[in-house]
Design a protein around this ligand. Structure first.
Ligand SMILES: *Cc1c(COP(=O)(O)O)cnc(C)c1O
Length: 361
């Protein structure tokens, strides 16, 4: 049996009626932009995370741009960002007028460390973006201890908890989420959110997402048309109560891989000590990941090297590429390989993947 990389349909099957009813409720109400569903979702998402403010926006990329601006980032500033991440983490910086400064990652955890961030700091550093990549927990407090505000890119970490029980998205000065359909909490289209403990940051985010206006008549600063829409909010409200259960399923999948002996064949993901990662992707390490990728595909196991070319080596980022090599980043880019994981991933599937990895030699 082929094993897919992810499965977004099976977990939603039991919710079909509830989802249909939510969509009908919006159609019947006739409000499609910034109405009761978005308000309710913002409240429910903030309660779920245990953070004071959540604001819905159009997607996880604009969430980063808007959050940076709300944290005071502008022309002349520098924003530190890891190069081993989805491209959008860095792409979102230049629209603020600031310059991205790429930092390295630990090639075992795929996370920034206080050391890699410190190496990228200059007197112009305004904010550091840390990415909870693959649903693991990045060291937010250790980076903030360097004296710079942290924006958490939590696009892949909805449902992840740190060792002390606090959730990803509540640890820094602000955080951003993506509700792209394959993310752990996925809309039926694009969507995103910004969270923050600070009322002034939340207020500026609300203004920026609506053209830089509070009252829809006066325009204080150049903003964006970047809203989560009512249909997506209604759909997300149906799913949110199931997010923790889905993440439990992903963690059970990770345990199934361990139990089936995957760790004897390749490097397993390294969870932050004491944390409960959300395992958006289950990413193993192998010295010959390209060969393993080909062999697994041939055996019917879907897998993917997501970030083979790190962001700082992409053509669009050439103006911001560092003069020195980012050695941990290059190693992670070469060795990483995402193998199947999803909420309903079974022990039998884990066994099948492990068998294919073994056969690949
Ligand atoms: C998905 C993702 C984004 C962008 O989110 P969109 O909703 O697709 O714009 C940003 N950062 C990371 C790490 C992501 O995985």
């Amino acid at each position: 049996m082929p094993v897919p990389l992810f499965d977004t349909q099976t977990p939603l099957a039991p919710l079909r009626d509830e989802l249909r009813a939510a969509i009908e409720r919006v159609v019947d109400g006739g409000r499609f932009i910034l109405g009761p569903e978005v308000e309710a979702f913002e409240r429910e998402f903030a309660t779920y995370l245990d953070v004071d403010h959540a604001v819905g926006v159009a997607n996880g990329t604009e969430a980063i741009t808007i959050a940076l601006r709300a944290l005071g980032v502008g022309p002349g500033d520098e924003v530190i960002v890891p190069s081993f991440t989805f491209y959008a983490s860095a792409e979102a910086i230049p629209p603020t007028g600031a310059t991205p400064v790429f930092c390295d990652v630990d090639p075992e955890t795929f996370m920034v460390t206080p050391e890699t961030v410190r190496a990228a700091m200059t007197p112009k550093t305004k904010v550091a973006i840390v990415v909870h990549l693959f649903g693991n927990l990045a060291p937010v407090e250790e980076v903030e201890a360097l004296g710079i505000p942290v924006l958490e890119d939590a696009a892949q970490a909805a449902g992840a908890r740190a060792a002390d029980g606090r959730r990803a998205g509540t640890l820094g000065s602000a955080a951003t989420f993506s509700f792209y359909p394959t993310k752990n909490l996925g809309a039926f289209g694009d969507g995103g959110a910004i969270t923050t403990p600070y009322p002034d940051v939340a207020e500026r985010v609300r203004t920026l997402r609506f053209h830089g206006s509070r009252d829809k008549v006066t325009y204080e600063e150049v903003g964006y048309n970047s809203r989560l829409d009512e249909l997506q909010a209604a759909i997300l409200r149906v799913q949110l109560p199931h997010l923790d259960g889905w993440c439990d399923g992903r963690r059970a999948g990770a345990r199934a891989y361990e139990g089936a002996g995957l760790g004897e064949l390749v490097g397993l993901p390294v969870p932050t000590p004491g944390s409960s990662p959300a395992w958006h992707l289950y990413v193993i390490r192998d010295d010959d990941a390209a060969h393993l990728e080909t062999a697994l595909r041939a055996a019917g196991v879907e897998c993917r090297g997501y970030y083979r070319t790190p962001v700082h080596r992409q053509a669009a980022m050439a103006p911001y590429a560092p003069q020195h090599d980012l050695r941990g980043t290059d190693e992670a880019a070469r060795t990483h390989l995402a193998v199947p994981i999803y909420p309903t991933f079974s022990e039998a599937q884990a066994t099948e993947v492990v068998r294919a990895v073994k056969a690949a030699g």
